[in-house]
Design a protein around this ligand. Structure first.
Ligand code: FES
Length: 232
């Protein structure tokens, strides 16, 4: 473990931005429809830095970075999400070929919509190998980490992603999405405690989620776009 691994963290600043440390790559990806499903396309090249501040209030005019707008707007950003572990929050859904854990934390990224049906539809036919693979792919492409596929022995069937922070864009809905955090980057609350480390999770960046710091797809309801932040 080198120094950047040790420093790798996303710190939630009280009433302010996310401070990302430890040389974490910053990317942008665009959610694009393809057939009955969705794929990621590469977005803009964003400036890279050993540490950076990402807007959490949704009002920055320099998104995805913080420009201090949270102070002028009186952003509170209280963290409201349950601290219970995924395993304890999630339902276990059983299929004939595979099981799925589902914690219902949805960022409406729609990767669970597959060519031949939703992941939940396909789960019922997961004794067919091609559909079992579709369930795994649909579940593990979900940025929110809502769905985790498991074999009969309870082993998690997903690749370990490399640490990265990705801002999402959703032009089909005319909105900007949350911040996709991959690869087990620790997320530290403003109160100093750590959230459960996840391979995949989406953090809110529109400032309006009722499940902060996590995305609950509110960016769609409030029509959040980082190209035209609401006036202060
Ligand atoms: S959190 Fe600082 S501008 Fe949004």
């Amino acid at each position: 473990m080198d120094n950047s691994d040790r420093n790798r963290k996303i710190k939630i600043c009280k009433a302010g931005p996310y401070r990302v440390t430890g040389d974490v790559p910053l990317l942008e990806k665009i959610i694009v429809p393809k057939g009955n499903g969705y794929v990621y396309e590469e977005g803009r090249q964003l400036p890279q830095s050993g540490q950076y501040l990402l807007c959490r209030c949704g009002r920055s005019k320099n998104a995805p970075f913080c420009d201090g707008a949270h102070i002028k707007t009186g952003f509170i950003g209280e963290e409201t999400a349950s601290r219970e572990k995924f395993e304890d929050r999630a339902d276990l859904l059983k299929g004939p070929g595979i099981d799925l854990m589902d914690d219902h934390r949805c960022a409406l990224a729609r990767f669970c919509h597959r060519e031949k049906g939703t992941v939940w539809d396909l789960l019922k036919h997961s004794d067919q190998e091609d559909l079992r693979q579709e369930v795994i792919q649909g579940a593990t492409e979900c940025p929110a980490g809502r769905l985790v596929p498991r074999d009969r022995q309870g082993n998690v069937l997903e690749p370990q992603y490399k640490p990265a922070v990705t801002v999402l864009q959703d032009p089909e809905n005319g909105v900007s999405g949350g911040i996709f955090v991959q690869g087990g980057i620790p997320v530290e609350s403003a109160d100093g405690s750590l959230y459960e480390t996840c391979n995949r999770v989406v953090l809110c960046r529109c400032g309006r989620s009722i499940n902060k710091p996590f995305c609950d797809a509110m960016h769609i309801a409030v029509k959040f776009t980082d190209k035209k932040p609401r006036n202060i």
